[in-house]
Ligand binder design. Sequence first.
Ligand code: AMP
Ligand code: GLY
Length: 419
Amino acid sequence: MKVLVIGSGGREHAIARQFANSPSVSGVFVAPGNDGMNQEVTCVPIGVLEFACLADFVKKNQIDLTFVGPEQPLAEGIVDYFMDRGLSIFGPTQKAAQLEGSKSFAKELMKRYHIPTASYDTFTDAEQAKDFIREQGAPIVIKADGLAAGKGVVVAMTLEEALEAVDDMIGNQKFGDSSSRIVIEEFLAGEEFSFMSFVHDGKIHPMPIAQDHKRAFDGDEGPNTGGMGAYSPVPQISNSVIEEAYDKVVIPTVEAMAQEGTPFTGILYAGLILTDEGPKVIEFNARFGDPETQVVLPRMISDFGEFMRALLTGGDYELKWDQQAMLGVVVASDGYPGDVQKGVRLPELMEMSKGDTVVFHAGTKMEGETFVGNGGRVLLIATKADTLRAAQERVYNTLAQQEWNGFFYRTDIGWRAIQ
Ligand code: AMP
Ligand code: GLY
């Protein structure tokens, strides 16, 4: 079986590597991929939105399955495009991808089907939004309706912050069209976890849960990012909570999407928060999470290619997962999630991949003989071990052996689980 993975980040590196490690898979291509994964798989210089070129590549090279990593091509209809051409692809249609691409779509669906989530209202008018905020008081949460690379959420602890967020999003169009409509949401407090499932034709295969670290700095301080590190499993979330989330969120969402005439195929990512009233939805994504994938997918023992084939052809398959824990720390360019400088030289990365410790490349580029930074989140170093504590220790020991001038990482990934 030959597979094409679409995307270029650490998540896609993890997906591609998992396919490459599957005995059933004979060839793995990534479009466009990045220099760091080029040694393991074949990178193809086609952008994620060049649908016609991608489809041509698939036909010409007799690719059996295309797997979509990021949200943007999904939101722009890559799955519809491939299906119209009879090509096998894994991901939601453009309509189903609205579950992620439009927060108001997701919120309305949850309301209609009684799926637990924060109460909310939607606004396109800044003054009405501000009146609502003054009525509700802080803390309160302001979200850009559309895609914003994980940065379109402001958890405002004060009224001033909330009002400013409205001005930024609607007034200054901070996220362009994505923030011309905003969702204002009740603030929820509790432990967060990411619950991802493979979904096709009403069948659901849940994965072990993970916890991301959204804030840029230690102690969960600083601005929201795409994610600064993750680990799996999450011992402080009990199995009964996971079952409750499965029964009250995952299953009803898959059923609701089918009822609405937009059946969901792909990775259903539920971002959940454990409140006093049980788990509630913070967000849905219509794809694998980054960096959660880098600590969940390598725990899969089953043959990924074989599983995907079974899933898409309606066969039964029991996924098997490693009991070991995995923890990963993101290295980002100084300044992230704001503007960053590209081209800064990275330390020797080869030495870091040893035994159960692996490097996932996100924004790296080869310049001469060395890797340089080429984006905000540059790479993720992860390790598998018997306990989270052991994994954490090993990752940080590995990181400490190098100089990271021009880059930074959080030093407390996993702190909620390891005290
Ligand atoms: P999102 O991009 O929707 O995942 O939101 C980014 C982060 O903002 C989440 O991981 C939460 O930490 C926080 N957040 C989002 N919605 C809420 C909410 N209703 N209450 C509290 N925190 C929230
Ligand atoms: N790590 C969160 C996301 O992928 O959206």
